[in-house]
Ligand binder design. Structure first.
Ligand SMILES: [Zn+2]
Length: 246
């Protein structure tokens, strides 16, 4: 029987029948894999520990044409502390949902995998504020998807805006907009723009260094939410979840 091994993170699931579950896996090499985990909700199932959200492991998959079934898994990381803190759980759920919205079958995406893996690790195993980690994730996620907000130039007229006193942010225009250009945006502070510039300079393994003041978090989360909605549409599941943490 053709089985294959792949390292992946569980980014979503749907229960069906009495104790089965459909899993969405994100594999760095193979992209999205939708697969069945049969009987995984039985207490005695060998799949019980791997068929959980956020689990990272080496999955053994049985592939039959289009149908993929999980045979087993060598669990490497459960990120268990995410289940013990509501804000960390929600932040991690936003990340996996947003990843699910962009990953494709048979399409490798190691940079996005690395971003998700590091963010889940920091959410689970560091004292970093989950809002700070979510803000860092959202910015790098947008950048990765080709939606990096314009932060040093006006998104409309392209003029350098670093010395401007009054600025706006418009997801529709693609980032910061100067006072002289038409836009449907909201005022944005220079501090918020500077914070985003700095966060984008960090590597994935440095994202735990982001420490923001509460006022800046409250300014940045809605901005980044609006940019994600611009990219994915307002009805995306992950975007709706951002509200719960903000
Ligand atoms: Zn302008």
């Amino acid at each position: 029987m053709p089985t294959e091994l792949t390292q992946a993170i569980v980014t979503g699931y749907t229960d069906y029948r009495d104790d089965d579950r459909m899993l969405t896996l994100f594999s760095a090499e193979r992209g999205r894999i939708d697969c069945k985990a049969r009987s995984c909700r039985r207490p005695t199932s060998k799949l019980l520990s791997c068929a959980q959200p956020f689990v990272f492991g080496e999955f053994e998959l049985f592939v039959n044409n289009d149908r993929v079934t999980v045979n087993g898994c060598d669990v490497r990381e459960t990120f268990y502390p995410l289940r013990e803190d509501a804000d960390r759980f929600i932040a991690a759920s936003v990340c996996t949902q947003l990843v699910n919205s962009v990953i494709q079958k048979e399409s490798s995406d190691e940079p996005l995998f690395s971003l998700l893996y590091h963010t889940l690790s920091f959410l689970a195993y560091t004292d970093s504020d989950p809002k700070d980690l979510l803000i860092a994730f959202l910015l790098h996620y947008l950048d990765h998807a080709g939606y990096r907000p314009s932060l040093t130039r006006c998104a409309v007229c392209r003029r350098d805006i670093r010395s401007d006193a009054v600025l706006f942010y418009s997801a529709e225009a693609g980032g910061a907009v100067c006072a002289g250009c038409p836009h449907g945006g909201k005022p944005v502070s220079k501090l918020a723009l500077e914070a985003m510039r700095r966060i984008l300079l960090l590597q994935d393994d440095e994202l735990k260094r982001v420490v923001l003041k509460e006022g800046l978090r409250a300014e940045l989360l809605p901005i980044l939410k609006s940019s994600c909605a611009q990219m994915l549409g307002e009805n995306d599941k992950g975007i709706a979840l951002i509200e719960q943490i903000a």
